[in-house]
Design a binder for this molecule. Structure first.
Ligand SMILES: Nc1ncnc2c1ncn2[C@@H]1O[C@H](COP(=O)(O)OP(=O)(O)OP(=O)(O)O)[C@@H](O)[C@H]1O
Ligand SMILES: NC(=O)c1ccc[n+]([C@@H]2O[C@H](COP(=O)(O)O)[C@@H](O)[C@H]2O)c1
Ligand SMILES: [Zn+2]
Length: 249
C-alpha cells in the first residue's frame, strides 16, 4: 500500500488558534515535500468541550475562530466531527474516523461512484490524478503535533499504551519541535515509539517561536496587544464575543 499521500490532522484545544498552529502545518508540509511525500491537505480537529481543560472556550467559539484563522491557510480545513460527538473522543479514534472517511472517498472515486462533496473537504482529492487512483493509491491520515503533545504520552494515566501503539503503527506522527523539548530523546526512551520509529517524522523548527494559546489568553485578559500572534480576524472575533476576559476592555 502506498502511504506517500498524506493528510495532516492536528488535534488540540485551539483556545484560541494562534499563528504558530498555522505555521506548524506549513513547516510540516515543507519538510514532508523534501522527503518525497505529497501532502494532500490538512485538518484541524478541535477537542470536545468535555475534554474539560481549564479556561476552555465553548467549541462553538473555538470552531468559529479556527474558521477565521484558516482564511489565511486554505489548504487546511476544520473538521467539526469531534466537537459534534456526545462525549470526548480519543485521538486514536479521531484519526480512525478520518482515515475511514478518506478510504471511502477514494474507493468511491475509484469505482466511479457519485461523491457527495458537501460531506467533507474533498479538495484533497483534487491534488490526486486519475492515474494515481487506478493504482494502489491511499491517503494516510497522520497526526501532526508539537513535541509537547508527544511528550504528554508519558503523563501517567493520560494515554493508553494501546492507543499510543495504534497511533504510531496505523497512522504515524509528524512532530514539530518546540523549545524545551527533545523529541528524539523522548522517542529513544520509549519502547513503543522506538519500535515504530519509521512512522515518526520529527521536523525541526529552525525559526522557533514560542507563541502559545496560554500566553495569548494572558495578554488578552490584560488588554495587551496580540497583533501578529493571532490573525486579525481571530482577534476581532474574540473581542466581538468578549472571550478570554476581553469583555468591556
Ligand atoms: N509554538 C508551537 N510550536 C510547536 N507546536 C505547537 C506550538 N503551539 C502549539 N503547538 C501544537 O499545536 C497543537 C495544538 O496545541 P494547543 O491547542 O494545546 O496549543 P497551545 O498553544 O499549546 O495551547 P495551550 O497553551 O492552551 O496549551 C499541539 O500539537 C501543540 O503541540
Ligand atoms: N488518550 C488520548 O487519546 C488523549 C489524551 C490526552 C489528550 N488527547 C488529545 O490531545 C490534545 C491535547 O490538547 P491540549 O494540548 O490543548 O491539551 C486534545 O486534542 C486531546 O483530545 C488525547
Ligand atoms: Zn498545548
Amino acid at each position: 500500500m502506498d502511504n506517500k499521500h498524506i493528510v495532516l490532522l492536528a488535534t488540540g484545544s485551539f483556545n484560541p488558534p494562534t499563528n504558530m498552529h498555522l505555521r506548524m502545518f506549513e513547516i510540516a508540509r515543507d519538510h514532508l515535500n523534501h522527503l518525497g511525500f505529497t501532502v494532500c491537505g490538512g485538518l484541524i480537529s478541535p477537542t470536545h468541550d468535555l475534554y474539560k481543560k481549564k479556561d476552555l472556550a465553548p467549541s462553538i467559539h473555538r470552531c468559529a475562530m479556527i474558521k477565521q484563522a484558516l482564511v489565511a491557510l486554505p489548504w487546511v480545513k476544520i473538521s467539526d466531527w469531534e466537537v459534534k460527538q456526545s462525549c470526548w473522543t480519543t485521538t486514536r479514534n479521531v484519526l480512525q474516523y478520518h482515515q475511514n472517511f478518506h478510504d471511502i472517498i477514494i474507493s468511491s472515486i475509484r469505482n466511479g461512484d457519485e461523491v457527495d462533496t458537501s460531506l467533507f473537504p474533498v479538495q484533497f482529492v483534487k491534488n490526486i490524478n486519475a492515474k494515481d487512483l487506478n493504482q494502489n493509491m491511499a491517503i494516510n491520515i497522520r497526526l501532526l503535533c508539537g513535541a509537547d503533545l508527544l511528550e504528554s504520552f508519558a503523563i501517567p494515566g493520560l494515554w493508553k499504551d494501546d492507543d499510543i501503539e495504534a497511533i504510531v503503527r496505523d497512522f504515524g506522527l509528524v512532530v514539530v519541535s518546540r523549545s524545551g523539548s527533545n523529541p528524539h530523546k523522548f522517542i529513544y526512551e520509549s519502547d513503543i515509539l522506538t519500535k515504530y520509529m519509521a512512522n515518526i517524522i520529527v521536523v525541526t523548527e529552525w525559526i522557533s517561536n514560542e507563541i502559545s494559546s496560554t500566553k495569548v489568553r494572558r495578554a488578552l485578559s490584560r488588554n495587551e496587544s496580540v497583533k501578529f500572534l493571532i490573525s486579525d480576524l481571530v482577534e476581532s472575533y474574540i473581542k466581538e464575543h468578549g472571550l478570554f476576559g476581553t469583555l468591556n476592555k
